[in-house]
Design a protein around this ligand. Structure first.
Ligand code: NAD
Length: 256
């Protein structure tokens, strides 16, 4: 039990990587708040089913991470339910496949709103609560290999993830006096709903796999195991870093 009695909030935790992290945190003894976005009965059902499976030490919390007031209310609810918050995983994210020249204001703002503003709102509300309660804390951002590597037709996504990288590095310094660490996990290609189009298309899937040295997509659990490490006492001296979980993808890309 590497996270016994720690209180963790995981955003966008009704599917994919977030669901994998929430499940692993619960298995490691954490009390877990499973965030899901409003307006999606499927996400609500998945979050509530996960919480039921985790037992009494979990709650489902509804909030659109791109909305400041909803995030404030969500973090307050976590603190009210569990008395504190020790770990915040900023996982909720979206992407839009659109050439730069055709990207609209609305699309740009939507992606940046969830991926970047959401990361700001959640980490700020959580860090304020951590400072108030004392004893430090952990901020973990699920960024992407595209915090560093360009991805044509996904400029809004790459801009949001690159900005998360810089935010995390600043937080590492600003929050260190409070004992709060900040780190990124940069997944490569993980088999989750965000990649459903590629997973469903044999040619696109083969092309994607051909760029991954380990020759396969990753699983949410393989990202979750790094999140457990970063959230645990074993990572007490780790801050300001990005951990790549990409099967070697970033190394392969540099060959071209
Ligand atoms: P996913 O689509 O299953 O998960 C994204 C989650 O975010 C969903 O549960 C969705 O409901 C939630 N979400 C979206 N908008 C939200 C909002 N406004 N408020 C609250 N929740 C919201 O896909 P995933 O792969 O599990 O993605 C999780 C994170 O991992 C994302 O930030 C994504 O960018 C990142 N990532 C994924 C991959 C990959 O290959 N799967 C690679 C790199 C990075």
């Amino acid at each position: 039990m590497r996270l016994k009695d720690k209180v963790a909030l995981v955003t966008g935790a009704s599917s994919g990587i977030g669901a994998g992290i929430a499940a692993r945190f619960a298995a490691e003894g954490a009390r877990v708040a499973v965030n899901f976005r409003p307006g999606s009965p499927k996400d609500r059902d998945a979050a509530e089913a996960a919480v039921a499976g985790f037992g009494a030490n979990a709650i489902a919390v509804e909030a659109d991470v791109s909305k400041h007031d909803q995030v404030e209310a969500m973090v307050a609810r976590v603190v009210e339910a569990f008395g504190r918050i020790d770990i915040a995983v900023n996982n909720a994210g979206i992407e839009i496949n659109k050439p730069f020249l055709e990207t609209t204001d609305e699309e740009w703002n939507r992606v940046l709103g969830v991926n970047l503003q959401g990361g700001f709102y959640v980490s700020q509300a959580a860090a304020r609560a951590m400072v108030k309660q004392g004893g430090g804390g952990r901020l973990i951002f699920i960024s992407s290999v595209h915090e560093d590597i360009p991805f044509p037709n996904y400029t809004s996504y790459c801009a949001s993830k690159g900005a998360i990288r810089m935010m995390m590095r600043n937080l590492c310094i600003e929050l260190a006096p409070h004992g709060i660490t900040a780190n990124n996990i940069a997944p490569g290609a993980i088999a989750t709903p965000i990649n459903q189009t590629v997973l469903d298309n044999p040619i696109a899937f083969k092309n994607a796999v051909s760029e991954i040295p380990l020759g396969r997509f990753g699983k949410p659990e393989e990202v979750a195991s790094v999140a457990v490490f970063l959230a645990s006492d074993e990572a007490s001296y780790v801050t300001g870093s990005t951990y790549y979980v990409d099967g070697g993808l970033t190394q392969q890309v540099t060959m071209y």
